[in-house]
Write a protein that binds this ligand. Structure first.
Ligand code: IYR
Length: 218
C-alpha cells in the first residue's frame, strides 16, 4: 500500500520556552507519590474518560493501540478484585517473595492487606492485547502499553489525582473477574482517587537519585 502523508499540523506548538515549560511540568511530576490511602471522595466518570483519552495518545508499535482500560467503579466488582488480589498477596508475602525482595519492600510498609482496592473510587485495570481486536499482530507490546500507562499517570498527576501502580502477581484473576477475552492480558492495576485526609507515604519513596547518577551524555 502506498503510504499517504498529511502536513504535520503542530510544528510550532504555542508554549513557553522549553526549559520553563519543563520546569513547570517537573514541579508537578516530582510531587507524585504512590498512594495507598485513598479518600472515598468520588471522581466523575468524565474525568476517568479524560485520563484514558490522554493515555490513548501514546505511541505504539505500528499504531496498533494494543491496550484496554477497564474502569471499575462497581463496589461489588472492586470487592471481588480486592479478594483476588489479597489472596495472591498473601501467597507473595508468605512464600513467593525471596528475602532480598522482602527487605526491599520493608521501607514501604506494604503487606497483603489491600484496603485501597475497595476505598478508591475507581480501579483502572490496564490490559495488554496479545493480538489486535481484528486478529492482526501487535508489536512492542510491553513498551507500547507501558508508554500508555506512563501517560495515564502523568495525566492523573496533572489533574491532581492520586494513583498507585499495583501489580498483584500473578494477575490472571483480573481477566476472570472482569470477563475479559483470551487475547487481553492484565498488565497493571491503577487505583485512582483523592488521597485520604490522613494519607501518609513512605519517606524512602520520596528520594530520587541525583541526575548525574541516571543520565549520561556522550
Ligand atoms: N505486589 C505486592 C508487593 C510489592 C512489590 C513491589 I516491587 C512494590 O514496589 C510494592 C509492593 C504488594 O502490592 O504488596
Amino acid at each position: 500500500m502506498t503510504p499517504q502523508f498529511v502536513p504535520y499540523p503542530d510544528r510550532h506548538l504555542p508554549t513557553s520556552p522549553p526549559d520553563l515549560a519543563l520546569a513547570n511540568l517537573h514541579d508537578v511530576l516530582r510531587r507524585r507519590r504512590s498512594v495507598r490511602m485513598f479518600s472515598e471522595q468520588p471522581v466523575e466518570r468524565s474525568t476517568i474518560e479524560w485520563l484514558v483519552r490522554c493515555a490513548h495518545t501514546a505511541p505504539s508499535g505500528a499504531n496498533k493501540q494494543p491496550w484496554r482500560f477497564v474502569c471499575v467503579q462497581s463496589p461489588r466488582v472492586k470487592a471481588a478484585i480486592r479478594a483476588g488480589a489479597e489472596a495472591e498477596e498473601r501467597e507473595f508475602y508468605a512464600r513467593r517473595a525471596n528475602d532480598e525482595w522482602l527487605q526491599d519492600l520493608a521501607p514501604l510498609g506494604t503487606d497483603a492487606n489491600k484496603e485501597f482496592l475497595t476505598v478508591a473510587p475507581w480501579l483502572v485495570v490496564v490490559f495488554q492485547l496479545t493480538h489486535a481486536d481484528d486478529g492482526s499482530q501487535v508489536y512492542y507490546l510491553k513498551e507500547s502499553v507501558g508508554l500508555a500507562c506512563g501517560m495515564f499517570l502523568v495525566a492523573a498527576q496533572v489533574a491532581g489525582l492520586a494513583t498507585l501502580t499495583h501489580t498483584p502477581s500473578p494477575m490472571a484473576f483480573l481477566g476472570e473477574i472482569l470477563g475479559r477475552p483470551k487475547h487481553e492480558r492484565p498488565f497493571l492495576l491503577i487505583p485512582v482517587g483523592y488521597p485520604a485526609a490522613d494519607c501518609v507515604v513512605p519517606a524512602k519513596a520520596i528520594e530520587r537519585r541525583p541526575l548525574d547518577a541516571v543520565m549520561v551524555v556522550v
